[in-house]
Design a protein around this ligand. Structure first.
Ligand code: PMP
Length: 371
C-alpha cells in the first residue's frame, strides 16, 4: 500500500505550473502572460489604505455575497454591453481558475461531460479530473480556428454538459467569431439529457482582442446557457490579486452559490479588488500599447521566416522548431524565459515592455544562428 492514500488517478501526477525562476536567472520573464506594467504609487497607496480598512474588520467574516464587488464588476462589464449586466448576473472567485472549477463542480461531475477543442487551455482537463467530470477534447483546424460544422457535429455526438471555449484561446491566441458562440450555444442547448448544457466562453484575454472582434458578452441576452468569464490577472495588471469573475444568467450564479466555500473571497481580496477597479483607467492604460507591441512582435517573427498564429491576446505562438526545447533553453541561457507549450514544435511568448521584447528578439536571433 503506497503513501499517501491519494485517489489512484492522482498518484504520481506533477502539480500544474510553469517554472517560476528568480529574476537573477531569468531577468526577462515572458512565460505566464502577465502584464509587465505594475501599478503607480498612487494606486498602490489607495490599495494599501483599502486593505488597512479591511484589516480593522478581520475578526469578522467578510461579506459572503460580496455585493459591493459584484456591483463594481457589473458596472465595469456594462461598458461593453450597456444596461445588460446587473450584479445578480455576476459571480467572482480567487482567479478565473477557481470560477471555472466552481462551474464544473456545479454543472459537471460524475456521469457528466466537459468538451473543449484542442489545443486549448491546459487547466481544463485538470478541472474535469478534479470534479470527476468526463473530459473530451475535439480538434481545432490547422490554423487553430473552429470548423463550425465539425464542432456542431461533435456536440451532437458527445452531448456535453459543459463546453469550454477560450476566446482568445490559450496557447494559440485565436479569438472566436460570434457565430461560433451562437452555433455552440444552440447545439448544446438541445444536447444534454435534461434542459441542455452550458457554454463557457473564457475571455481571460478578452480586453486584448483586435478592433472589430466582439466580446461574447454581447450574446448574453440571446442565450441563457452562455457564461462569459473574465479575470483581473491579464489586461487589468493584477495577477497577484487573484480575482476572476463571470457574467451569466442569475440562475447560473445562484447554482454556483451552492458549491462555493462560504466566505471564499477574503475581506482583503474584496477591498483590494474594489480599489483596483477604482483605478481601472490606469491599470488598463497599457492595453493599447501591449496590443500594438503584440502586432509588432507577430510581424517581426514572420520576418524571421517563422510561422505565427494570429493573436488577439497578449502573447503569441510561434514556430515551428524541430527541437523546441533547445530553443527554449537557448533563450533561457540568455536570460529570457518563455513557455514551452502548445502543439509539438511551437513556443509561446508573452508580450512585455519594448525593452523586454528587444531582449527576446536579440536572444532568438542568436539562438536561431546556432540551430
Ligand atoms: N483562462 C485562460 C485561458 C488562461 O490562460 C488563464 C491563465 N493563464 C486563466 C483562465 C486563469 O487565470 P486566473 O486564474 O489568473 O484568472
Amino acid at each position: 500500500m503506497s503513501f499517501p492514500p491519494i485517489r489512484p488517478e492522482l498518484a504520481g501526477i506533477e502539480p500544474y505550473g510553469a517554472p517560476q525562476l528568480p529574476a537573477d536567472v531569468a531577468p526577462v520573464q515572458l512565460n505566464v502572460n502577465e502584464n509587465p506594467y505594475g501599478p503607480s504609487d498612487e494606486c498602490v497607496a489607495d490599495i494599501a489604505a483599502s486593505a488597512a480598512e479591511a484589516a480593522r474588520t478581520l475578526n469578522r467574516y467578510p461579506d459572503r455575497e460580496f455585493v459591493a464587488l459584484r456591483t463594481a464588476l457589473a458596472s465595469y462589464l456594462s461598458r461593453d454591453v450597456p444596461g445588460e449586466i446587473t450584479p445578480d448576473r455576476v459571480w467572482a472567485a480567487n482567479g478565473s481558475n477557481e470560477v471555472m472549477l466552481q462551474l464544473l463542480q456545479a454543472f459537471g461531475g460524475p456521469g457528466r461531460t466537459a468538451l473543449s477543442f484542442a489545443p486549448t487551455y491546459s487547466m481544463y482537463p485538470e478541472y474535469a479530473r478534479d470534479t470527476m467530470t468526463t473530459w473530451v477534447a475535439g480538434r481545432r483546424e490547422d490554423d487553430f480556428s473552429l470548423d463550425l460544422d465539425r464542432a456542431r457535429a461533435m456536440v451532437e455526438e458527445v452531448r456535453p454538459d459543459v463546453v469550454l471555449l477560450p476566446s482568445p484561446n490559450n496557447p494559440t491566441g485565436t479569438a472566436l467569431p460570434p457565430e461560433a458562440v451562437t452555433v455552440l450555444c444552440e447545439a448544446v442547448g438541445g444536447s444534454a439529457g435534461s434542459g441542455g448544457g452550458i457554454v463557457v466562453v473564457d475571455e481571460a484575454y478578452g480586453e486584448f482582442r483586435r478592433s472589430g472582434v466582439p466580446s461574447a458578452l454581447e450574446l448574453l441576452p440571446a442565450h441563457r446557457n452562455l457564461v462569459v468569464t473574465r479575470t483581473m490577472s491579464k489586461a487589468f495588471a493584477a495577477a497577484g490579486l487573484r480575482l476572476g469573475y463571470l457574467a451569466a444568467d442569475p440562475a447560473i450564479c445562484d447554482a454556483i452559490r451552492v458549491v462555493r466555500l462560504p466566505y471564499h473571497l477574503s475581506a482583503v481580496t474584496q477591498a483590494t479588488a474594489l480599489a483596483a477597479l477604482r483605478h481601472a483607467p490606469e491599470l488598463l492604460g497599457n492595453v493599447d500599447q501591449l496590443r500594438a507591441q503584440r502586432d509588432k512582435t507577430v510581424a517581426w517573427l514572420r520576418d524571421q521566416g517563422l510561422e505565427v498564429a494570429e493573436s488577439d491576446a497578449n502573447f503569441c505562438l510561434f514556430g515551428t522548431f524541430g527541437d523546441r526545447h533547445a530553443v527554449w533553453q537557448g533563450l533561457l541561457d540568455r536570460g529570457v524565459l518563455i513557455r514551452e507549450t502548445g502543439p509539438d514544435g511551437w513556443l509561446r511568448v508573452s508580450i512585455g515592455t519594448p525593452t523586454e521584447m528587444a531582449a527576446f528578439e536579440d536572444a532568438l536571433v542568436a539562438v536561431m544562428k546556432e540551430l
